[in-house]
Design a protein around this ligand. Sequence first.
Ligand SMILES: [Zn+2]
Length: 272
Amino acid sequence: MKSIYQLKKEIVDVGRRTYERGYVASNDGNISARLDESKVLITPTGVSKGFMRPEDLVLVDYDGNVLSQGKRPSSEVFMHLCIYKERPDVNSICHAHPVYATGHAVAGLSLEKCVLPEVIIVLGGIPLVEYGEPGTEEFFKPVLKYLKDHDAFLLQNHGALTIGSDVLNAYHKMETLEHFARISYIAQQLGGVHVLPRDDVEQLIDARARYGVPATAVCQTCDSPGGESCEIYQGASATTNHNANLKPSGSTDIDRERLVKMVTEAVLKKLG
Ligand SMILES: [Zn+2]
């Protein structure tokens, strides 16, 4: 188990990266990490994610009681706590407003189509969650509907949310989501998004188990050649029991080298 100091440092570091990459403006966004079965660390309200100090972070219990001195927790603290209760495999949560992802969320477009191999393996489809007023229960209630089967979400007219096995894992999913949103935007300008056929998507899902990716995310809307919907994740090699996929912190980040090798193999196989 990581020390409280180590976790604070990770959140501060990821906060700086979130701010520097322009995923948030001003004091927007919030990041949290599960410390143990009774406590969670979360970013404070009213502080830029780019300029946090470890001592700014707020320690809360699972009822939202503040256990530390100093700053008050993010106004979205109850969303974070609710997600930790619902998903025992999740140890960190990132919420930000990256422009391309949020642009899709404002335009009412989900990112559920199966387009990029890395995204399919790590995130599956990314649903567009119905709007709810920030800082209230209405904000996170709609997320719960998608929570079991997804690790990344677009929040309608608001922003993006990612969850993961540790702080870096949750943050990397935010990077992957925003990168995918940018690529989708550019592809649309260049004439349209080509969706991978069902067979290729199935191969990528099978590869999750081989490459130790614990994702269970489903893909509900991708176009298969026959035009059927592609709900292939459930009942496939990926298990829907998140607890069964628990791994020690830090071991679930995808090994990029292996991923590139695997994608190359899949492409070569396809070419003949
Ligand atoms: Zn927000």
